[in-house]
Design a protein around this ligand. Structure first.
Ligand code: AP5
Ligand code: MG
Ligand code: ZN
Length: 215
């Protein structure tokens, strides 16, 4: 099963992808994570992407589409979930062409809907392990020892783009560029809207039920 998982910043795409990887044995392709890794490693891609991530703006399609193509070409038959890509209608059209070239197909497109007031709380309260990337939330899922990762003892920090002023820009970019994808994928078929509120497990159960898979 190949999936697209999209939705507003903070909707739980990364959290739900982690569960999908664990239980369905598929590969997550998160453009946000790939950009952050490139920034951390100070690669050429990271240098190009940094100013956009810091500002909460979308990285230009010319950079992002190429990155996704590179990953999809190396999959060797492994099933995947796209988290955070495509993020606008042009990226969706580019993806469609690329999938055709690579003889790949998306089975379901899942859209996670979460109301604005919950998004703000989820983003402002998110903390991430600097070392292994495990995601926490100060209220919903705090690490056992404050500031220390349960998995690897790494330092747990706030993402630089989770500051209030950057969150605002990210939400604007979502409304302007990504929300219109709902209509695009509704028209394309295999589109499922999932209520992203409630516990992480409740959301996951809704997702797998809607996809008609057993985990
Ligand atoms: P990206 O990393 O994709 O960020 P985003 O879309 O803003 O989404 P987030 O990662 O913030 O949220 P999420 O939905 O993964 O939520 P999470 O599971 O962490 O992109 C970052 C930047 O990269 C962009 O701004 C852009 O610059 C660039 N970029 C990326 N892709 C691009 C593209 N295609 N084109 C151009 N530019 C691109 O959950 C959030 C918090 O909520 C966590 O603390 C979590 O613990 C908590 N939580 C999750 N689920 C629940 C629940 N059910 N109940 C309570 N708390 C919950
Ligand atoms: Mg994410
Ligand atoms: Zn860790």
């Amino acid at each position: 099963m190949n999936l697209i998982l999209f939705g507003p910043p903070g909707a739980g795409k990364g959290t739900q992808s982690a569960l999908l990887i664990e239980r369905l044995n598929i590969q997550q392709i998160s453009t946000g994570d790939l950009f952050r890794a490139a920034i951390k490693n100070k690669t050429e891609l990271g240098t190009k992407a940094k100013e956009f991530l810091d500002a909460g703006k979308l990285v230009p399609d010319s950079i992002t589409n190429g990155l996704v193509e590179e990953i999809l070409r190396k999959l060797n038959g492994k099933r995947f979930v796209l988290d955070g890509f495509p993020r606008n209608v042009d990226q969706a059209a580019a993806l469609e062409k690329l999938l055709e070239t690579l003889h790949l197909k998306i089975d379901k497109t899942l859209f996670l809907e979460v109301p604005m007031e919950l998004l703000l709380n989820r983003l402002a309260g998110r903390r991430v392990c600097k070392n292994c990337g495990t995601t926490y939330h100060v209220q919903a899922k705090p690490p056992h020892n404050a500031g220390v990762c349960d998995v690897c003892d790494g330092e747990v920090l706030q993402r630089p783009d989770d500051k209030e002023e950057v969150i605002r820009t990210r939400l604007e970019a979502y409304d302007k560029s990504t929300r219109p994808l709902k209509d695009y994928y509704k028209a394309a078929g295999q589109f499922i809207e999932i209520d992203g509120t409630g516990s992480t497990d409740a959301v996951f159960e809704r997702m797998t039920k809607a996809m008609q898979v057993k985990c």
